[in-house]
Design a protein around this ligand. Sequence first.
Ligand SMILES: Cc1cc2nc3c(=O)[nH]c(=O)nc-3n(C[C@H](O)[C@H](O)[C@H](O)COP(=O)(O)OP(=O)(O)OC[C@H]3O[C@@H](n4cnc5c(N)ncnc54)[C@H](O)[C@@H]3O)c2cc1C
Length: 491
Amino acid sequence: MTEKKYYKGSTDGKQPLTGDPLAGIADAYDLIVIGSGLAGLTAANVIGRAGKRVLLLEQHYNYGGMATWFKRSGGHVFDISLHGFPIGMKKTCRKYWSQEIADSIVQLEGVRFSNPQFDFETTFDRADFTEKLVEHFGIECTKVEEFFSHLRAMNFYDDNTETTGELFERFFPGRNDVHRLLMEPISYANGSSLDDEAITYGIVFSNFMSKGVYTFEGGTDLLIRKMKQELVKNGVDLCSRVQVDRVLIENGRAVGVEALGRRIKSGAVLSNASIPGTALQLVGEEHFDADWIAGLRAVRVNNSSTQVYMGIRDGETLPWVTDLLFTSTRETFDSASLCDLHGESRTFSFYYPKTRPGTDRYTVVSSMNAHHTDWNALTDEEYELEKQKLAETTVAALEHYVPGISAKIDHLEVSTPRTFEFYTLHPAGASFGTKFEGLPFSMNLHEQIPGLFHAGSVGIIMSGWLGAANYGVIQANKVDAWLHSLQEVSA
Ligand SMILES: Cc1cc2nc3c(=O)[nH]c(=O)nc-3n(C[C@H](O)[C@H](O)[C@H](O)COP(=O)(O)OP(=O)(O)OC[C@H]3O[C@@H](n4cnc5c(N)ncnc54)[C@H](O)[C@@H]3O)c2cc1C
């Protein structure tokens, strides 16, 4: 996943455009979906399944958005965002995709923390966290129960001014080690920090605490292939290599899109591109109320990521370490430092043959949170050096857990916020959409431009595999109601 090496509009990303990616599509649809992230795909499937004509346009040659993968010579397949999600994804896939997809969702066998403050395995659920908090950290059991009950009772519509840091101080004052246990994995899962609204923490943490951490057996490539099959079965037209340039607006209403110089009409448009990109680039600020645009401009995008992909040579094996390892050499926890350019904290996802049953391959992917500004400020030469340094420090950190692994790696590659920006078009390569204040702009977009809807990582809560897929369903229901209202008018 190195940026600036693929051609939009080519089948394998290596050759310039051949053929017409829009060949065979109709002139008009009920719904056009811009982008094939999990929110876009799920919304398209829900509306397609309801018997409406749907067209989905994706600028990349692969579908899935951040839920994607890439292959490298030597037989390596690397997953980008298949590290773990809550059990809720199983129900979402069963209801809005298929039983078959849901059945491939399995629990991770191992999650481990390793840092100067604590080092243990956990099943990452309420029972185990309660035991850890009581036995390992010496917190009163009643306090732990009170904390969990408080999180469970948190409501999106309540007053949400308390930050996660304040919440932790209220329940576990001065306990930096406890704050680390509770926050670090969620910072990796949705980019939130101690300064974000506690509701964004509470919802995501509670989702994980219900039954632990899950993955898709077969890898992201299989998941997206099965989703594509389902979409085709439901009559959805799919085109990759098509970047939408504009949402067409007539009389203040969204009536289609323009892509590759072609205008395609539709009753509704649902954008899975970023919310700022949708409003400011695809629509244009002149179509919005000035104060709405001013508010949108003030929305902060979330942090981005770096990853190091380590492919293990064919024929080599790795011993069992764990599935997901949260590791840090930093003495104490400080959530802002998780994004440091030369950070001391990272996760490792270990992919054993069980990830893709029937294969005998191993890969390891390390992920860190990161600031786009840090990486974007570098010259090309500095950029290459920093990438090299990141690869080296990451492999050195991994040696601590798997001595001798360096000699087994035959593919080593780094992605940065610039890579994520390039492949998804998200401003600043944001991995998890916008901060909390972005949510109302996404949810109410259709009030500004009737017929235009947004679904995708936004407001921290609606991000991650589960958040994005569920948000796709929520917004699909709004699209459905809008399409019905159009039918009633024309009847
Ligand atoms: C490194 C990393 C690790 C992660 N790990 C996890 C994890 O372990 N668990 C988890 O639950 N979540 C994880 N996430 C987050 C999760 O992957 C995302 O929140 C989720 O996949 C986002 O889905 P989305 O629907 O918002 O769309 P995105 O995935 O952001 O996709 C948007 C799509 O729109 C397309 N697009 C944009 N503009 C246009 C245009 N003009 N025309 C056509 N197409 C366009 C893009 O190409 C892209 O395909 C991770 C993210 C990253 C970056």
